[in-house]
Design a protein around this ligand. Structure first.
Ligand code: NAP
Length: 320
């Protein structure tokens, strides 16, 4: 089968399409025939050798995909040959025509969704769910600012928050992105490059600020976030690409909490709960992954450049 291989950490050019051996499922494992692959920013950090997760080269990147179950190992009961599934996490890497998973990483893809939409689920939707509910303790009636609502995680967060009864503020850097944020259900949409957008958020909340912020670029926004939170407010740091100076006093006067998270730290129990909620949301139609760009697997290097460019619009997906 064809798979992307990384022999040395480095720039996007290290992503090479090669022929490698077919996979077979051991006990408790599942082999998927991959139809679409989700490209996440973390794939680029790992490829560059800049992430705490450092696979031993040569390795196949990727943790998100959707496809059809090709074979199952002994003791696998949740899926069978021919089932449509999405996957979150992988034993072999998803940038390939075939992938190997443990049974717990495979989840049913409802029939009305495309494989491309299924590939948009794993990291983005699980991250958004964990940040909103498990870390941020968001509840119906809360106000939430999705600071960076146009990309994979942001789109998911807007849909999840809206369906759960929160009042949703979403920001985007382009007109096209903001229009999508509005379509996904945000009540208020703002431009995170506008000089006065924080004033607009405060005005829209009657001066009190929001209860929860999901932050996609903390090194730019964390200081501003502390000024946008209501008393007892929480900011969940999801994305960060540098350093920032903040005044901790702001956290004291209004009992604010700054919560870091990485999806890799999620317990098996919390992970199972997240995917049960996501499958329910897919089935009842409240969750509809947005695919912004499709590329052939051979263009994996270009996808790694595109996923870090500004002007996000839904999810970038590779087709093997
Ligand atoms: P993505 O699809 O590339 O989206 C990036 C988002 O950041 C876009 O909405 C973009 O908006 C927004 N952004 C750019 N400049 C911004 C600014 N000044 N203020 C606020 N937002 C801004 O990436 P993603 O998959 O959604 O992931 C988002 C971030 O979270 C990445 O850094 C990723 O590495 C990280 N992440 C972390 C975890 C975790 O476990 N902690 C899990 C998944 C992702 P525009 O392009 O419209 O300007």
């Amino acid at each position: 089968m064809k798979a992307i291989q990384v022999h040395n950490f480095g720039g996007p050019e290290v992503l090479q399409l090669e022929d490698i051996s077919d996979l077979s499922a051991g006990p408790g494992q599942v082999v998927i025939q991959v139809r679409a692959i989700g490209v996440n920013p973390v794939d680029t950090y790992i490829r560059a050798g800049l992430h705490a997760v450092k696979p031993s080269p040569p390795y196949t990147p990727g943790s998100d995909a959707a496809g059809v179950v090709e074979s199952i190992g002994e003791q696998v009961t949740r899926v069978k040959h021919g089932d449509s599934v999405y996957v979150a996490g992988s034993l072999s890497g998803t940038y390939a025509q075939q992938c190997l998973y443990s049974e717990s990483q495979v989840h049913r893809l409802p029939a009305h969704l495309t494989f491309e939409q299924g590939a948009a689920l794993g990291i983005p939707y699980a991250t958004a769910y964990r940040a909103l509910f498990q870390k941020g303790q968001g509840k119906p009636g809360d106000t939430v600012l999705v600071h960076g609502a146009t990309g994979g995680v942001g789109t998911a967060a807007v849909q999840l928050a809206r369906a759960a009864g929160l009042t949703v503020f979403g920001t985007g850097g382009t007109e096209k992105g903001r229009s999508s944020v509005s379509q996904q259900g945000a009540h208020h949409v703002l431009d995170h490059h506008a000089a006065d957008y924080t004033d607009q958020i405060l005005a829209l909340t009657g001066g009190t600020g929001v209860n929860l912020i999901l932050e996609m670029l903390a090194n730019v926004n964390l200081a501003k976030d502390l000024g946008l939170l209501a008393k007892f407010g929480r900011v969940v740091v999801i994305g960060n690409r540098g350093k920032i100076e903040i005044d901790p006093r702001a956290t004291m006067t209004r009992d604010l909490s700054v919560l870091g998270m990485t999806l890799f730290n999620t317990s098996d129990e919390d992970r199972a709960s997240i995917h049960a909620a996501l499958v329910a949301g897919l089935e009842n139609g409240t969750l509809k992954p947005v695919v912004g760009k499709e590329m052939p697997l051979a263009d994996a290097a270009h996808s790694h450049e595109a996923v870090l460019e500004p002007g996000a619009f839904g999810k970038i997906v590779l087709i093997p």
